[in-house]
Every structure is written in structure tokens, then in C-alpha cells.
Design a protein around this ligand. Structure first.
Ligand code: AMP
Ligand code: MG
Length: 474
């Protein structure tokens, strides 16, 4: 197994990172491999299946060129500022430059205690590792910007959460692990030289297009906020709730990051709260766009020493503009509308109100609409009015119904990672059988395709899986 390491972040030095080896996961087993993740860093599935890979990814033995480290960061958690968080249980094993010259972070989540673990055990349980493994790939194949997953390792180390569980390691791939909270940390500890070095690093590696601009940091902030807005527009369009939108879980690339008690909605419920610990509903589904903006403001404050005062106001309107442009495009697209018209947003909002009032499955409804098979629950007078308005609106389009059907089927997934599907895979894995994890990985690779052998994976949840409470312990 040969990896082309190029450990750029470590070069920032001691104020940014703590160099340290992982604590090896005892008796590790490689239980699932994602071939697409392997490809991103120039490896084959056979490489990942090797003993060297198992030793490396489980933390037992570093390979040449790796340079494991914990990153320091802060963050706003549920609205309150935590001045020092940092990687408490994850380590950046190294950065790898692939053949396309893209730098990928190889990050082991569940690597054991670090100087930032604040008394916790530094481990991740199997349950939450499977959830991130599956979700990051599922979102990617829906076209939602996200970190990726390489492989999953199971250990028999006991870990105490609400009950006793076992430890696992997830190898996460991301083009960066710099969070909004990384900037907040350096700003609010008044390390302004370091803040500038971090910003220069991000500009150089991730936003080189702004380097020559008069106000590069301002441009960078605007672009981060715009990408964040677009990421959240995608979440809204696919019925995804992140669950823990703390600023330490917000990637400066505007990619879905650090999966916890997330959830895809079954029945459409705008106030859906997926995180059982979120009593106030701060991160409820319909709050996500506002919270995204709130988080971008926290980032802007973290960049204050580097930016012009009026950039913050500019950022607010930029965020709104990028959010609605993306959201309207995605939602109109789900309805098969190609030529935007005034009133389209009302048509979408009217539909969402009906779905909520009549407790209709979000994904099944749009898939059915694409196939021109109206949902059986939607056979009532309120819905008839909506269908009438929709038919009238379709007359303004100039494509054939068949072409529209094809378009809609590429935008309205048949398969999503419903909580009950993930739960079934987890329960089997906890008994030592990882085949359902692999099956879901394969299925969710093509969420828009009919996969006749897997029709039942598109079903709404059985009774037991309807109102699952996902704890935020992980
Ligand atoms: P998360 O909720 O996973 O985003 O984590 C929030 C913060 O808590 C991060 O700084 C994590 O590194 C830290 N953390 C979470 N779980 C653990 C754990 N089991 N051991 C050490 N640190 C943890
Ligand atoms: Mg986190």
C-alpha cells in the first residue's frame, strides 16, 4: 500500500496541532471497505484489505510518511461558546495528494484519547461509526456536498455509553478538517498571527482563486457562506436533518461534516428534530437555513481582524441569495419545472404544507409524482386544488411528459438512508454480520435507479422504525 503523503497542515506548527500516535484499537477487524473511497486516494480495495492497511488504519502501526496529529479548534455548541474543543478522539493520520493533485485528509475517528479529550475515552462506538460511514456516502450519491468514507474497523474494546458497547474506527476522507471553530479558536484566543496563517493556508489550498484579490479574506468568507447556504439548500430538498450544527461541525468547504444523530425524514414534518438531546429544537429541520447563517456569522466574527467591517452585512445577503437560488432550483426541479416562473415557490410551499398536514412520506411522494402515480393519501379536495394548479403550471413548460418523467427521476431519489434501514444494519453488525452495511452501501450508490431486487428498501418505515429517537452519544 503506497500513499503519496503531503502533510501540509502539520507544517503550521505546534499552535495548530498536537503530534501524537493513535492508541491502537485492540483486536481490529476490517469490516467494510468502500472502493470509491479507496479510489479517491489512489488505492485499490485489495490495498485496503491488506494487513498493512489494517495495522495502519486501526492505529497499530504508522506507515512511512504518515504524521498523526490532533487539531485544535473551538466552537459554538447549541449557541454557547466552547473556547477549546479540538480533536478529542480523532486524529489526522496524514494528508495524501492524489493523481488529480487533490489533497485528501485521512482521519481516524475513534483513535483514542488526545490532549483535547476532556476526560472522555477517545473512542467511537460501532453504532455511530456505521451511521457516519453510511450517511457520508449516501449524501454524496444524492449530490450533496459531504466528507467521504474509506473503511470501517471493528474492535472488541468495550466502551461505556448508555449501555456497554464496542469501539470502532472510521476512516474518514475529507479535503479538509478545518472547521468554522478552527478560526474562532485563533481569533478568540487573540492569536492573530496564527489566525492569518490559517487563513492564508485555506486560501492557498482551498480558495486559490481569491489569492490575488484586493480583499482575499473577505472573498473567501463570502464563498464559504455561499457554499454553506447551498449545502443546506440540498439538505432541505432531500429532507435531511444534520442534528448537531455546532460551528465545530461546520466545514470551511461547505460540506456536510461530522455526522451524529442526523436523520432523513420519513413523513414530512417541518419541525422534525432528529437529535433526541436537542430539547429546544435549535437544530430542527426548518431551522437549518437560519442556523447556517448564524454559524456563518460566528465564522465572520472569527475572521474579524482580517476583513472589512461591511463584509459581514454583505455576507448575510450573499448567503440568502445563494440559498434561495439553489433551493428554488432544486425544489422546482423536483416538480419537473425547468423554466422558473413567478409563483413557483408558492407552488412548492403549498405542497409542503399539504404534505405536513396530511402526514405524507416526503421521498415516496416525490418519487410517485415523478412516475405520475399520485400518493393514495393525496386523494382529497385540498390536494385536488394543488394538482390542478400544478397541471396548469406544467402547461407553461415545453418538454414532453416523458422527458419530464426522466428529469424528475434523476432528482427524486427512490432510496434514502432511512433511520430504520440504518438501524437494521447496525443491529446485525452488532451481532457480527456486516452484510447489511455493505448491502446499503451498494444500494445507496444509485439512489435514483430502480433496483427491483431492493424495492422494499424504498418503503416507509415499519411501525417500530417510525419515531426512532437517536441519542447524541457516539
Ligand atoms: P462531536 O459531538 O462528535 O462533534 O464532538 C464534540 C467534541 O467532543 C469534539 O471535540 C470531540 O472530539 C469531542 N468528543 C466527542 N466524543 C468524544 C469521546 N468519546 N472522547 C473524547 N472526545 C470526544
Ligand atoms: Mg464534531
Amino acid at each position: 500500500m503506497k500513499l503519496n503523503f503531503d502533510n501540509q497542515y502539520a507544517l503550521l506548527g505546534d499552535n495548530f496541532v498536537s503530534l501524537m500516535p493513535p492508541r491502537p484499537l485492540p483486536n481490529p477487524r476490517m469490516v467494510s471497505i468502500n472502493p470509491l473511497g479507496a479510489e479517491l486516494i489512489g488505492l485499490t480495495p485489495a490495498d485496503i484489505s491488506s494487513e498493512t492497511a489494517l495495522n495502519f488504519f486501526s492505529g497499530a502501526e504508522m506507515i512511512a510518511g504518515a504524521n498523526p496529529l490532533a487539531m485544535v479548534y473551538a466552537g459554538h455548541q447549541f449557541g454557547g461558546y466552547s473556547p477549546r474543543l479540538g480533536d478529542g478522539r480523532g486524529l489526522l493520520l496524514g494528508q495524501v495528494r492524489n493523481a488529480k493533485n487533490i489533497l485528501w485528509d485521512i482521519h481516524l475517528k475513534g483513535a483514542g484519547p488526545t490532549p483535547f479529550c476532556r476526560g472522555a475515552d477517545g473512542r467511537a462506538v460501532l453504532r455511530s461509526s456505521i451511521r457516519e460511514y453510511l450517511a457520508s456516502e449516501a449524501l454524496h450519491h444524492l449530490g450533496i456536498p459531504t466528507s467521504r468514507a474509506l473503511c470501517l474497523i471493528h474492535s472488541d474494546e468495550p466502551v461505556r455509553r448508555e449501555k456497554m458497547e464496542t469501539a470502532a474506527g472510521l476512516i474518514r476522507l475529507s479535503q479538509t478538517h478545518i472547521r468554522f471553530g478552527t478560526f474562532e479558536y485563533f481569533c478568540h484566543t487573540e492569536q492573530h498571527d496564527e489566525l492569518k496563517r490559517l487563513a492564508d493556508y485555506v486560501l492557498e489550498i482551498h480558495y486559490p482563486e481569491f489569492r490575488g484579490e484586493e480583499n482575499p479574506y473577505d472573498q473567501m468568507l463570502l464563498e464559504i457562506s455561499g457554499r454553506t447556504a447551498e449545502m443546506i439548500a440540498h439538505w432541505q430538498a432531500f429532507g435531511f436533518a444534520h442534528g448537531v450544527m455546532n460551528t465545530d461541525n461546520m466545514s470551511i468547504l461547505g460540506q456536510t461534516f461530522d455526522y451524529g444523530p442526523y436523520g432523513f425524514m420519513d413523513i414530512f414534518d417541518p419541525g422534525y428534530i432528529c437529535n433526541h438531546s436537542d430539547d429546544q429544537g435549535r437544530y430542527a429541520f426548518n431551522q437549518q437555513p437560519n442556523i447556517g447563517m448564524w454559524n456563518c456569522l460566528a465564522l465572520a466574527h472569527g475572521l474579524k481582524p482580517l476583513i472589512q467591517p461591511d463584509t459581514i452585512d454583505q455576507m448575510k445577503s450573499h448567503y440568502q441569495t445563494r440559498f434561495f437560488a439553489c433551493y428554488d432550483r432544486l425544489m422546482s426541479g423536483k416538480l419537473g419545472l425547468e423554466n422558473p416562473q413567478e409563483g413557483d415557490r408558492d407552488l412548492v410551499d403549498g405542497l409542503l404544507t399539504l404534505l405536513a398536514e396530511q402526514a405524507i412520506d416526503y421521498t415516496l411522494f416525490f418519487r410517485g409524482l415523478s412516475e405520475n402515480i399520485p400518493a393514495p393519501e393525496a386523494n382529497n379536495s385540498a390536494f385536488k386544488d394543488w394538482y390542478q394548479a400544478y397541471d396548469k403550471r406544467l402547461e407553461l413548460e415545453n418538454i414532453t411528459p416523458e422527458q419530464r418523467r426522466i428529469n424528475m427521476l434523476t432528482r427524486n431519489p427512490k432510496y434514502i438512508l432511512r433511520n430504520y434501514l440504518a438501524q437494521t444494519a447496525i443491529e446485525q453488525a452488532e451481532q457480527g454480520d456486516f452484510s447489511e452495511v455493505d448491502r446499503l452501501m451498494t444500494l445507496l450508490r444509485y439512489p435514483f435507479n430502480d433496483q427491483p431486487d431492493f424495492d422494499h428498501y424504498a418503503d416507509s418505515p415499519p411501525e417500530w422504525g417510525r419515531h426512532m429517537e437517536i441519542s447524541c452519544s457516539s
